[in-house]
Design a protein around this ligand. Structure first.
Ligand code: T3D
Length: 262
């Protein structure tokens, strides 16, 4: 079903919602209305039981150039702290807390908060011409929109510090070596590859997928004992689902599982 938003488009096909940042003339730089639309799209996807996986991508040659810097020059522009608290941080929370996995299909440059959005996805694949640059330091700023949390977890503290302090673009092939992206594909194949990955997630047990995402996110901040306890709690929930019973039945009957999401 095509969405109506002019700046963030959502299209859902066969359980996969593709969310496209759609302001290509400004490399999908983020304005206040665009951030509001992105958050609304994520919230709507959370409520939509038909959606089991999400693809986040950009229209045109960029994924997202981060905050629209021209908007910052407007006389009534909110403070940066307010902008983060009111608009960017809720988006990051919505992405990390979404019960469905998000694949970043990084079609071009991801800069500033655009890179942060890419890092907030659960999985990423990139087009050959894509790149990641924190860019904040060039503006005298610190990395935000969750990048100080996500990036060290993706690449380790040393590489994260280098990206944050040096602000040099990391090309797609290097991003693959660093573990930021799962794979790099020709630009024209990117969306097909993302859809193929999404289909595999759509065919998985949705509650198991949601709880897996929750467990891994939570484990970042816990010691082993707490992680073991949380695993036991979540596994108890997963073990009570009809999909777990279906997984066992499918294994014993030597057939593919048909997960209902119950
Ligand atoms: O609220 C807050 O401010 C707090 C949060 C901050 C979060 C942040 O994201 S801070 C970081 C903001 N982003 C940047 O600093 C990146 C700025 N852009 C660039 O460095 C370059 O555009 C790119 C490396 C992304 C791409 O370079 P290139 O040479 O391929 O393209 P270009 O010619 O620079 O850009 C094409 C057009 O997009 C151009 O418009 P024009 O001149 O053709 O009308 C350019 O101005 C526009 N554009 C690109 N980035 C932004 C932008 N317009 C507004 N804001 C942008 N961030």
């Amino acid at each position: 079903m095509p969405g109506t938003s002019p700046l963030v488009r959502t299209e859902t096909v066969d359980g996969v919602a593709t969310v496209t940042l759609d302001r290509p003339a400004a490399l999908n730089a983020l304005t206040i209305p665009m951030k509001q639309e992105l958050l609304a799209a994520l919230r709507s996807i959370e409520r939509d039981r038909a959606v089991r996986a999400v693809i986040l991508t950009g229209a045109g040659r960029a994924f997202c150039a981060g905050q629209d810097l021209r908007e910052r020059l407007e006389p009534d522009a909110p403070s940066l702290g307010e902008e983060l608290r009111e608009r960017y941080n809720p988006i990051v929370r919505a992405m990390r807390g979404l019960s469905k996995p998000i694949i970043g299909a990084i079609n071009g440059v991801a800069a500033g908060a655009g890179a942060s959005l890419a890092f907030a996805c659960d999985l990423r694949i990139a087009a050959e011409g894509a790149s990641f640059v924190l860019a904040f330091g060039r503006l005298g700023l610190i990395p935000d929109t969750g990048a100080t949390w996500t990036l060290p977890r993706l690449v380790g503290p040393s590489r994260a510090m280098a990206m944050a302090l040096l602000n040099e673009p990391v090309a797609a092939a290097e991003a693959e070596r660093m573990g930021i992206v799962l794979k790099v594909v020709p630009g024209e194949a990117l969306l097909d590859e993302a859809r193929a990955l999404a289909r595999r997630l759509v065919e998985s047990a949705p509650i198991g997928v949601a709880l897996t995402k929750r467990a891994l996110n939570a484990a970042f901040d816990r010691d082993l004992e707490a992680a073991l306890a949380y695993e036991a709690y979540l596994q108890d929930l997963a073990g009570r689902t009809a999909d777990h019973a279906e997984g066992i039945a499918a294994f014993t009957e030597k057939r593919p599982p048909r997960f209902s999401g119950e």
